[in-house]
Design a protein around this ligand. Structure first.
Ligand SMILES: Cc1cc2nc3c(=O)[nH]c(=O)nc-3n(C[C@H](O)[C@H](O)[C@H](O)COP(=O)(O)O)c2cc1C
Length: 322
């Protein structure tokens, strides 16, 4: 049976965390992942404090298992959202895209654990120094906003610099092979977005889920084009990984031109989102899209990844060791 320090820390059965995807990781997905033995994180930056409070309560109506909330902490208004999560005493709060130092004391005083998702070694060192309970090393393969370090070297490098703090790996994990691999890199579990994005319970438009299921490994690009057009609140060291389309073919790596036409492009993107036009609207997804062939219930995804990883760890070890 798979059991790691993350299971102990979060009070869960298996070392799988579903990512706090804005607009996608809503109560239904989080409750399904937690009820299946993983740890679900609500995408807390979706729609304001009252929405968040309601989502937390909806998870509690569905399961009594532990779960948390994750934020795009570089976005304005995050303080009020964090306050809601603290008042509701979720098990853990995760912060991405900032130095988490200013959040740690208040969370610990409320009995809430702090997770930090990082994209650089400097970010990992700062999070460790801040005293967070768990660090997620996010590789560039990840869907949504991410940095430029590949998981294979980045995860062990983070493990090496953060001392005793447990590390999760994020980016590119969609099956048991991925989970087994990151355990070998020293991670204590997997933080998974794209695979749960294509679960039955995930929020968001059906056309976006279908586009991810239909996409292959070569079909994503890490770009700043949408962030610049939409004036999105992310730091310079991250871009957004999306499915390639006509918009990215025209605007990726033309940041100055995008900036000059920001209003016009933002309006085009908004209209495309309303009509479900995947050639212009962003479909955030990671390279792991190439490993996904169906929309499935989240509980099945959790169970299959764990069973496959257990199998893989036993069989591959026997196959490759003499
Ligand atoms: C649609 C989508 C939305 C995301 N939104 C957030 C977010 O709101 N906050 C956050 O910290 N990470 C967000 N992420 C990144 C995830 O936390 C995670 O790092 C990533 O999904 C892991 O890689 P994978 O997609 O290959 O599993 C998002 C990812 C996706 C695909």
């Amino acid at each position: 049976m798979l059991y790691t320090r993350v299971c102990e820390l979060l009070g869960v059965e298996c070392p799988i965390v579903s990512a706090p995807m804005v607009g996608r990781a809503t109560a239904e997905l989080v409750a399904a992942v937690s009820a299946a033995g993983g740890f679900g994180l609500i995408g807390g930056s979706t729609a304001g404090p009252e929405w968040l409070r309601e989502q937390i309560r909806m998870v509690r109506e569905r399961t009594d298992r532990p779960f948390g909330v994750g934020f795009i902490s570089s976005a304005p208004g995050v303080e009020a959202l964090v306050q809601v999560a603290l008042e509701e005493q979720v098990t853990a709060i995760s912060h991405s895209f900032v130095d988490p130092s200013s959040y740690v004391d208040a969370a610990h005083a409320a009995g809430v654990k702090v997770l930090a998702q990082v994209q650089t070694l400097a970010g990992a060192t700062a999070a460790a120094r801040a005293g967070v309970d768990l660090i997620t090393a996010q590789g560039t393969e990840a869907g949504g906003h991410t940095g430029y370090n590949a998981s294979l070297p980045f995860v062990p490098a983070v493990v090496d610099v953060v001392g005793d703090i447990p590390v999760l790996a994020a980016g590119g994990i969609a099956d048991g092979r991925g989970l087994a691999a990151v355990l070998m890199l020293g991670a204590e579990g997997a933080w998974i977005g794209t695979r749960f994005l294509t679960s039955r319970e995930a929020g968001g438009a059906t056309w976006a889920k279908a586009a991810v299921v239909g996409a292959g490994t070569d079909d994503t690009v890490l770009t700043r084009a949408y962030d610049i057009a939409q004036n999105a609140p992310f730091p310079q060291h991250v871009g957004g990984r999306v499915l390639r389309n006509q918009f990215t073919a025209r605007w990726h790596e033309h940041d100055d031109q995008v900036l000059a036409r920001r209003e016009e492009l933002a309006a085009e993107v908004l209209a495309a989102e309303e009509r479900g036009d995947t050639q212009v609207a962003p479909v955030y997804a990671g390279s792991a899209a190439g490993l996904i062939t169906a929309i499935e219930p989240a509980a099945e995804i959790v169970r299959r990844i764990v069973t496959e990883a257990e199998d893989m760890l036993r069989k591959r070890t026997a196959q490759v060791l003499r």
